[in-house]
Design a protein around this ligand. Structure first.
Ligand SMILES: [Zn+2]
Length: 420
């Protein structure tokens, strides 16, 4: 299910020499970002002020770059997901087997994002599932194995283990080299801009949640979790643009649980943010997949910019079953930058529905995330029965229709004037 790129003539101009090995690790970037904010804006012309290329690489000032944006929905960890993955002799968990079938897809992403919907605060704070989660920190290693390199964690479970849980979770994610967004240990961290450069293209990243399940933000740390506030988000989008981001992803944890279509609140907010300068809205929280849509924004100068709104990517991994709660989606979005004009645009959009296969062996649940279309085509995935294939075919048909139900025609909007 592809959609046409906005500017077809920009496709197919890839220069192989420009797309190799300019990937920068999150940690170098964090430092660069903080320094970048202090720089004279005039110094930004022709060069990204935030994430400078390695000195060993010539600066990318002409030609084009292509990179792949990959994202999935919620990484849930219910208690039945644990027992089969505990290695008694090593005294630790290994959740890698969840991800073996989707790893080749996730690894393709230059940016590969997941929403971690549970603290991973360590054994000391006690493991628990719903309603207040805390999962083994080995989950971070499995996410890395799976191919993710960016983890957002602004969601209704961010504060399930308080501010200490946030600090411990961020530390465990950083130990695995992840760039993170959505929670913070300090005001400075909450306000720092995140621009992650891949293939010479800088992605600005923001992440917010509608709330924290009634757990109040700590009085002394009100910045702990980024909460949805339209004006504040638009201000952050403008700050990222000024800092040199080529395109902007806003991860939103929003919507109503188990609703398969976005509500008006979701639509109004997401479209407003696209009009204000966001390029991709990556939504999750409803535990089911909702449709995506494209938005064509007419800028002040008359040019068109295409935005993408993914309302909900559902559960990527969870113990929830039935009514497509056991389904998710991997989005692959091609990002193209023309260095001479400085214009970065969204190209092909691909949605790959996934299903969590669950089977009981030796009294414990085993889980595997399956890309359904591929699995049905080959028919040879280990551990899947004829009944499983039948269920996947039914799920795939429902999800494919649902995903595309809003994308036949782009929504047309005019650019929003920047908010002061
Ligand atoms: Zn949620």
């Amino acid at each position: 299910m592809n959609t046409e790129p906005l500017n077809a003539e920009r496709q197919g101009t890839e220069k192989p020499g420009l797309t190799t090995d300019t990937v920068k690790q999150g940690q170098d970037q964090e430092q660069g970002q903080e320094q970048g904010q202090e720089q004279d804006p005039d110094a930004a012309v022709g060069e990204d002020p935030v994430t400078k290329p390695d000195t060993s690489e010539p600066p990318l000032q002409s030609g084009t770059s292509d990179a792949l944006w990959v994202a999935v929905g919620d990484i849930m960890m219910h208690m039945p997901q644990l027992p089969a993955y505990y290695d008694k002799s090593a005294k630790r968990y290994d959740f890698n087997p969840y991800f073996t079938e989707v790893k080749p897809l996730l690894e393709q992403g230059d940016w590969s994002l997941a929403n971690l919907e549970t603290p991973i605060s360590g054994k000391e704070l006690g493991y628990s599932g719903f309603p207040r989660f805390n999962a083994p920190s080995e989950l971070a290693e499995a996410l890395k194995y799976a191919g993710f390199n960016i983890v957002t964690n602004a969601n209704n479970h961010s504060l399930d283990r308080g501010a200490e849980g946030i600090a411990r979770t961020l530390r465990h994610l950083e130990e695995q080299g992840f760039s993170t967004k959505g929670t913070a240990r300090s005001k400075a961290e909450a306000e720092a801009l995140t621009i992650i450069e891949r293939q010479g293209i800088g992605m600005g990243l923001l992440a917010y949640t509608y709330g924290t399940n009634g757990i109040p933000l700590p009085k002394d740390k009100p910045y702990s979790v980024a909460i949805i506030d339209e004006k504040a988000i638009i201000r952050d989008i403008n700050r990222l643009r000024e800092a040199g981001a080529d395109f902007i992803t806003v991860v939103l944890h929003f919507g109503i649980e188990y609703q398969t279509v976005p509500n008006d609140t979701q639509k109004q907010l997401a479209r407003k943010l696209i009009a204000a300068g966001a390029d991709i809205i990556a939504g999750a929280h409803p535990h089911v997949v909702q449709p995506y849509e494209t938005v064509d924004v007419t800028e002040a100068d008359g040019s068109l910019r295409r935005g993408l709104i993914i309302y909900s990517m559902g559960n990527f991994i969870s113990n929830q079953r039935g009514e497509t709660k056991d389904c998710g989606v991997i989005f692959k979005v091609h990002i193209h930058k023309d260095h001479a004009s400085g214009i970065t645009a969204i190209g092909d959009i691909e949605a790959i529905p996934t299903w969590v296969h669950r089977v009981k062996k030796n009294k414990a649940n085993h889980y595997q995330i399956i890309p359904m279309e591929q699995a049905i085509k080959h028919g040879t995935t280990d551990g899947l029965s004829a009944a499983d294939y039948k269920e996947m075919k039914r799920n795939l048909s429902v999800l494919s229709k649902r995903l595309q139900s809003m994308s036949a025609k782009p929504v047309m909007l005019n650019a929003e004037a920047p908010v002061e």
